[in-house]
Design a protein around this ligand. Structure first.
Ligand SMILES: Cc1cc2nc3c(=O)[nH]c(=O)nc-3n(C[C@H](O)[C@H](O)[C@H](O)COP(=O)(O)OP(=O)(O)OC[C@H]3O[C@@H](n4cnc5c(N)ncnc54)[C@H](O)[C@@H]3O)c2cc1C
Length: 392
């Protein structure tokens, strides 16, 4: 049996509170007023990248000497939560850029790779993406078919199509997984490569039309013999799958934060509406049926917040966080789905109308139960670790 590390204190420091207040102010002023329009238009305002960079958010938890703001992982989690409260698409844009694209280079990159790839990401001059999933391999990512064929000179040519790539259409840097070991069909033959967005042979395929999260760019990426050298190999050859899984261990904590932000937005909307809307001579919040709903929503949100910050604090302290991150994502994503559904109920007909954002919150919340590992996969991760069956 694996012992769960004791919960560290996660009372926020002054710096963390400051980051949260700064991002909240920015999100309320610059993002929330446009979220409905971006949702309808399926667009992301690219000028936001420069503004997020100006605030230090594109490299929020990257060391200053590599172009970042030098804040800690929990500050970054708070930033994703606050951005997602205004627009979940903006939240995941930052989450994938940071957790899934910048941090792996910091963790596994050589000094040379860090110096070349991290500063442009941390300064927001390049957007990061993470290309693991394919049409035939999502949960079972190790079954990927994309290949990285080695040439006589030690270089590789990557071919295949990656699906559902967040930020893909905007990205200048792709953490790319491909099968470098001919004859393998499982995770053991996968390597991880750093690929520039303008690499010859790399192009955007289909743009995905989704039920929600419309301001987030999601595309197929086509690799047609993209040439990379051995210098672009991240970590050891044939050890790429471990990089993917450990990256997702941390990424999940920020998806939990995204879920938390969406749930908080839905609660705030429902609570305000319950105070204003009157039926049978009183505010609907005075009817016990509605008041209890709001009470239950608030409890779920606070429980999700505690799990999420706990997982972030463990990662920040350099402690194991695979189970805690999966627990946080599993719980917070369910809370987001339930709370956004209840918010629609509290708003009644207006909840179902595009006049209010409750329906957008509901559509956006659902994805948090799917990407960076579905809820079923989170349960597998948790159970395997706790039962000592983990094979990684
Ligand atoms: C909007 C969006 C953005 C995304 N962004 C990215 C990205 O940036 N980069 C990237 O690489 N990927 C990305 N993904 C892919 C995402 O991570 C996968 O969709 C997800 O992991 C699920 O894989 P799948 O869709 O192939 O579902 P499948 O693996 O086919 O699963 C289908 C169903 O079967 C269940 N299931 C599968 N295996 C098991 C099992 N062993 N036990 C129990 N149940 C099981 C699943 O839980 C699910 O309910 C994104 C997806 C979406 C929708």
């Amino acid at each position: 049996m694996t012992t769960i590390a004791s919960t560290p204190q996660f009372a926020l420091t002054d710096d963390q509170r400051e980051v949260r207040a700064m991002v909240r102010e920015f999100a309320d002023r610059r993002i929330a007023p446009h979220a409905a329009e971006w949702d309808r238009g399926h667009t992301f305002d690219r000028s936001l990248y420069a503004e997020l960079a100006e605030l230090g958010l594109m490299g929020v938890c990257v060391p200053v000497e590599l172009g970042g703001a030098g804040m800690d992982f929990l500050s970054y989690v708070l930033a994703v939560e606050e951005l997602s409260r205004a627009d979940a698409g903006v939240g995941v844009t930052l989450a994938v850029h940071t957790s899934a694209s910048t941090l792996p280079i910091l963790h596994w990159g050589t000094e040379e790779q860090q110096a070349e790839w991290v500063p442009p990401l941390a300064r927001g001059e390049r957007i990061g993406a993470f290309a693991l999933t394919e049409s035939g391999s999502g949960s079972d990512a190790g079954a990927m078919r994309s290949t990285a064929l080695e040439g006589d000179d030690g270089s590789f040519r990557i071919s295949g199509t990656k699906q559902w790539i967040t930020n893909g259409g905007h990205a200048g840097s792709f953490i790319t997984f491909a099968r470098s070991e001919p004859g393998t069909t499982d995770a053991s033959g996968v390597s991880c490569f750093l690929v520039a967005g303008d690499a010859p042979g790399l192009s955007v395929g289909r743009v995905e039309e989704k039920m929600g999260l419309n301001s987030s760019n999601t595309v197929d990426m086509v690799y047609d013999g993209v040439a990379v050298t051995a210098r672009d190999l991240l970590g050891d050859r044939a050890k790429g799958f471990r990089i993917a899984m450990q990256t997702l261990d941390g990424g999940r904590i920020t998806i939990a934060a995204q879920a938390l932000g969406i749930a908080q937005a839905a609660f705030d909307l429902a609570a305000a509406y319950a105070a204003e809307r009157h039926t049978f001579g009183k505010a609907i919040g005075s009817h016990q049926g509605v008041a209890f709903k709001l009470a239950d929503m608030s409890v779920e949100i606070e429980a999700a917040r505690a799990l999420t910050y706990r997982a972030a604090a463990l990662k920040l302290a350099g402690q194991p966080h695979t189970v805690e991150g999966a627990q946080a994502k599993l719980f917070a994503s369910g809370v987001a789905r339930r709370v956004t559904g209840e918010a629609i109920q509290v708003l009644g007909g207006y909840g179902y109308s595009k006049e209010f954002p409750a329906e957008r919150y509901y559509r956006d919340a659902k994805i948090t139960e799917i990407y960076e590992g579905t809820s079923e996969i989170q349960r597998l991760v948790i159970a395997r670790k706790l039962l000592g069956l983990d094979v990684r």
